[in-house]
Design a binder for this molecule. Structure first.
Ligand code: B12
Ligand code: SF4
Ligand code: SF4
Length: 226
């Protein structure tokens, strides 16, 4: 059994719904280039909870969001420890942390979606979210960056949105442009992050401290229960 298979088995045992790997050197800031391989962890969300989102998130969805973030942080922390014990460097990227002193104030240290797409696990939809081939957008993501060499393949998943624009028409903040994503496009080509964030803060502060909405997850037909 190779090192990656060992780690993958651990991550799945701990609750990951899917795992993939990629080389993300080109997308890392200079201080992270040493750990250029990414292990993506996806955790599937509860269909029952997501289906209860209407024109606003629910209190249960907010709790689910936080519980899944904690699970992802536990899974990636455990992976990080295992990889370090094998003699390599590793860093678990926080599941959901905004770094306020970056130039873009709606940004994390590294984008989980980039690694997930590079790993061939899905594509970026018109809602700006990662649409997993298995569960649509009803997943949350985590990443472990490492210098342990991983069995990288060359996978390309084609954009599956087609002419659909349900999420675009359903977004109450009118934050989605309706454009299709392409590798290297600016986020603003797809989504106005400020409009989304300000809408959540203005309207859903009492439900989810302004951090959740989820309508663009709920309405996507790619995520409906199969
Ligand atoms: C800051 C942040 C926000 C901000 C900004 C959102 C944004 N789109 O950037 C605000 C507060 C608005 C927000 C809102 C939401 N968020 Co948020 N957020 C984050 C966070 C912490 C950082 C995102 C970031 O750095 N953005 C910077 C921009 C430039 O990048 P990006 O939008 O991630 O996407 C670009 C790159 O990934 C790149 N890319 C993707 N694949 C590839 C492949 C190649 C080859 C290349 C070159 C580039 C590339 O292209 C994208 C567009 O330019 C991430 C966690 C993380 N560290 O990734 C969660 C995260 C993106 N959020 C998430 C979610 C679910 C939400 C909400 C639905 C809220 C909720 N939970 O109810 C909304 C949805 C808004 C939307 N439609 O995009 C999930 C998405 C899961 C998924 N299935 O995709 C994440 C990944 C958290 C997680 N652990 O799962 N969020
Ligand atoms: S999370 Fe809500 S406000 Fe933000 S883009 Fe999705 S539907 Fe629009
Ligand atoms: S709702 Fe339609 S357009 Fe939006 S992400 Fe899903 S498939 Fe793509």
């Amino acid at each position: 059994m190779n090192n990656f298979t060992k780690i993958q088995d651990k991550l799945m045992e701990m609750g990951a719904s899917f795992v993939g790997c990629s080389d993300v050197e080109a997308y890392l800031p200079e201080n992270l280039k040493k750990v250029k391989y990414a292990i993506t962890v996806g955790v599937r969300l509860s269909d029952f909870i997501i289906d209860q989102i209407s024109d606003k998130p629910t209190y249960t969805y907010f709790h689910h969001y936080r519980a899944v973030n904690t699970l992802i942080d536990q899974i990636t922390l455990r992976g990080q420890i295992e990889i370090q014990n094998m003699g390599y460097s590793a860093m678990a990227v926080p599941a959901s942390q905004t770094v306020n002193d970056l130039e873009d104030r709606y940004s994390g240290v590294f984008q989980h979606k980039t690694a997930a797409v590079k790993a061939g696990l899905g594509w970026i939809g018109k809602n700006g979210l990662f649409i997993s081939t298995k569960y649509g957008p009803r997943v949350r993501l985590g990443t472990i960056l490492t210098d342990m060499e991983l069995p990288i393949g060359s996978h390309v998943v084609r954009d599956g949105c087609g002419s659909c624009r349900i999420c675009v028409d359903s977004c109450p903040a009118m934050a989605l442009t309706g454009n299709s994503w392409f590798a290297g496009c600016d986020r603003s080509h797809i989504v106005d992050a400020q409009a989304c964030s300000e809408y959540m803060n203005r309207n859903f502060k009492h439900i989810g401290r302004g951090s959740v909405c989820g309508i663009c997850i709920r309405v996507c037909p790619k995520g409906f229960s199969k």
